[in-house]
Design a protein. Structure first.
Length: 209
């Protein structure tokens, strides 16, 4: 699938392995999520356009290149997506951050938006949606749909571990959205958790159960 990018960089793969380990404590887990997000952000932003400018160095003039075009926006899906924000901001301190919260309606089982706060100029930005786990794809697909309904046209999805089921859901619902992940797992269990995955990312990030 042309819009799905799986990272095979040794540093990312090493850190994903540590992240999966059930013995990794909350502090280490949180640090690893942030570090992996920063490493992935390097590639997610590879297509950002550049323009040439003239810069005066201490010894002369130079033609250099700086980022041009649309600015970036980061939108974590609450709550687990919050763990990826600092890593992205370490790489892209100029990015603005929005938040979107979803819950599953107990009757329809469909995702419902309960919170959404976006930068005032979000429609003018390239938006990267952050969610560590892409399991069924329901929440991510709904979040992307809500963003599009608000007039945002450029959306990418960045997750740490994805199930093939979730990837297929996003490709079907949003064929224009690029998916970036560090690992692809084959299965979901009866509760919708990725197997082997890493457990509940939110609980491991924040020390809850």
């Amino acid at each position: 699938m042309k819009n799905v990018f799986v990272f095979d960089h040794p540093l990312i793969q090493h850190k994903i392995s540590l992240l999966r380990d059930k013995n990794t404590n909350t502090k280490e887990f949180r640090e690893l999520v942030s570090e992996i997000a920063m490493l992935m952000g390097y590639e997610v932003t590879r297509s950002m356009p550049l323009k040439e400018v003239e810069i005066e160095t201490p010894v002369g003039m130079a033609t250099a290149r700086i980022i041009s075009g649309k600015k970036l926006g980061i939108v974590p899906i609450l709550r687990a997506g919050l763990g990826m924000v600092d890593g992205m901001l370490n790489l892209l301190p100029m990015a603005k951050v929005g938040h979107i919260g979803l819950y599953r309606d107990p009757d329809t089982l469909e995702p419902v938006e309960y919170y959404c706060k976006l930068p005032v100029d979000a429609v003018e930005r390239d938006i990267v949606v952050l969610d560590p786990m892409l399991a069924t794809g329901g929440s991510a697909s709904a979040a992307i749909r809500f963003l599009k309904e608000k007039g945002i046209q450029s959306v990418k999805l960045m997750c740490l571990i994805a199930a093939r089921y979730g990837i297929n859901r996003i490709v079907k619902d949003h064929p224009d959205v690029e998916i970036y992940c560090a690992a692809v797992d084959e299965k979901l269990n009866d509760h919708g958790y990725i197997i082997p995955g890493l457990g509940d990312a939110g609980d491991r990030l924040f020390g809850t159960k």
